[in-house]
Design a protein around this ligand. Structure first.
Ligand SMILES: CO[C@H](O)CCc1ccc(O)cc1
Length: 116
């Protein structure tokens, strides 16, 4: 017989997003990602990175209810890290910060989801 699916409790997903964003912003390696890249002073950035994203923009979107669920939020956080990997050498200050931040984020949201 089909097992009854447990109803998904999505009510606290946005609270989880706020906790995750606060943790990202507080991380010592967050500095390259806190505000939008000044593409006018970074040659090539606008050409190479089609969808710029940063933590302050994510905060703005969260405040304006532009994330319908945790998944949409995670897509934007991963965009920050994927943009970073695309534009920076792995063996660079910012490249390494991006890898460390992605590892931290992946660990943190899976921790929070397992609390449910
Ligand atoms: C999230 O940080 C951006 O990838 C900044 C890229 C950058 C690399 C070198 C620079 O001199 C300026 C910006």
């Amino acid at each position: 017989a089909k097992k009854a699916k447990k109803p998904k409790d999505s009510s606290n997903e946005l609270a989880v997003c706020r906790v995750l964003l606060a943790d990202l912003e507080a991380h010592q390696d967050a500095w390259p990602f806190l505000s939008p890249v000044r593409h006018k002073s970074v040659p090539g950035y606008r050409k190479v990175i089609k969808k710029p994203m940063d933590f302050s923009t994510i905060k703005e979107k969260l405040t304006n209810n532009l994330y319908l669920n945790l998944e949409n939020f995670i897509v934007d956080v991963n965009l920050v890290f994927n943009n970073c990997q695309r534009f920076n050498e792995d063996d660079s200050e910012i490249g390494r910060a991006g890898h460390r931040m992605r590892r931290f984020f992946d660990k943190r949201w899976t921790e929070l989801l397992h609390l449910k």
